[in-house]
Each structure stands twice: as C-alpha cells, then as structure tokens.
Design a protein around this ligand. Structure first.
Ligand code: SF4
Length: 77
C-alpha cells in the first residue's frame, strides 16, 4: 500500500481524507476498524479488507471527508 499525507492507495482504489471536513463522528472507525484505525499510523489501512467493503464504508461518511477513486479501468463492485 502506498501512503502520502491523507492519500492512500491499494491496487484498486485511491482514498483521500480531508481532515478539515471530518466531523469526527467516527462512523468509519466504529464500523470498519480493520481499515480505519484511530491509534495507528497510517490510520487508513486499505489492505485490511476487500475493496468493495471499503467503498461501501466510504459512502457512509457523513461529512464527505473520505472520498475514493478507482485506479484504473478495473471494475470494483
Ligand atoms: S466517517 Fe467521515 S466524518 Fe466520520 S470520522 Fe470517519 S472520516 Fe470523519
């Protein structure tokens, strides 16, 4: 997994996190703690679980702080 500040990638997707938008509801960490880890750096571990589950969780982020894009044409569903 490649990691820059607030940009995280696995082979399928790139996830971005905008801290200023985050309302710290911790929906991500509570519902998918294998990926969104509050006490570990990097805090997002995209290798923690299958990509489609990560996408599902990102879509539930209430603030829009978490976003994702697919890396290539490979379909992730
Ligand atoms: S679900 Fe979104 S708003 Fe809530 S803590 Fe995670 S990133 Fe922040």
């Amino acid at each position: 997994m490649e990691t820059q500040d607030n940009i995280f990638s696995n082979e399928d997707i790139t996830v971005t996190f905008e801290p200023c938008k985050c309302i710290h509801a911790e929906k991500c960490a509570k519902e998918l703690s294998e990926v969104f880890r509050t006490s570990v750096i990097p805090w997002i571990n995209l290798d923690g679980i299958e990509t489609k589950r990560i996408i599902k969780q990102i879509k539930k982020c209430p603030s829009g702080a978490l976003q994702y894009s697919t890396n290539n044409k490979r379909k992730v569903s």
